[in-house]
Design a protein around this ligand. Structure first.
Ligand SMILES: [Zn+2]
Length: 232
């Protein structure tokens, strides 16, 4: 599944607009297209499509714009060539989702801004809200974000989509996770793997809103521990 990022990028290039990508192992519906309330396409494809070339990316992009006979034919012949690789439905229920559009925030736009402003646009990672639910009382050991170095995906906790979380804090979390894409973990003297190396912390503190973000985070966690959040 390491090709997910490359595949998503190819599709983005071909389609030219944001969409949500869903990879499934469902052998009975290899391609499904739905739309979110805001009209963003939500494309779900079987993971065998990750092997597809540019013709498949163009075919899927066309399928999202308007499913013509031509693109259906391209996709069908690809599927026919690969049917032997399709696992029975029960074999795996793994699903991997890239969902960058929240109700209030577009992570793709925010990530692009952070990437361009602080990393010269060089961070080649994708971003998504994680599927964790923002449950009341579940914030004690909160992880605002994470970075998956294998799939090169930044995952952001869905509560950061809420409007009472300020943009500067969300951008800071994105910056932090992007730093993980840039700075490799190291093993310290007793062999422990450290992801927040001294170099990482120095670089993190260079973020212009660092103090403001840390102050907000502390206040937020205080509020959470006092049961003052989430507000609704
Ligand atoms: Zn970290």
């Amino acid at each position: 599944m390491a090709d997910l990022v490359a595949f998503h990028q190819k599709l983005l290039n071909a389609y030219g607009k944001p969409f949500d990508l869903h990879i499934n192992d469902n052998s009975s519906s290899l391609i499904t297209l739905r739309y979110s309330r805001s009209g963003t396409p939500r494309l779900s494809v079987h993971h065998l499509f990750l092997k597809g070339g540019d013709d498949i990316a163009r075919g899927l992009a066309q399928y999202m714009r308007n499913p013509t006979a031509g693109c259906r034919e391209t996709l069908r012949s690809f599927m026919d060539r690969h049917t032997g690789e399709i696992q029975p439905r029960a074999a795996a229920a793994r699903r991997r989702i890239l969902r960058a559009r929240g109700r209030n925030r577009d992570l793709n736009a925010m990530a692009a801004e952070v990437n361009n402003t602080y990393f010269e646009g060089k961070i080649a990672a994708h971003i998504t809200f994680s599927s964790a639910r923002a449950r009341r009382g579940a914030f004690r050991n909160i992880s605002f974000g994470s970075y998956d170095s294998k799939l090169r995906i930044v995952r952001i906790h869905p509560m950061l989509d809420k409007l009472d979380v300020p943009d500067f804090f969300v951008s800071f979390v994105i910056y932090h996770e992007m730093l993980h894409a840039l700075i490799d973990p190291q093993h310290d003297a007793d062999g422990r793997r450290r992801i927040h190396t001294p170099e990482f912390r120095q670089r993190e503190m260079r973020y212009p809103d660092y103090e403001r973000a840390k102050t907000w985070e502390k206040q937020f966690l205080d509020n959470v521990s006092k049961g003052k959040w989430p507000q609704k």
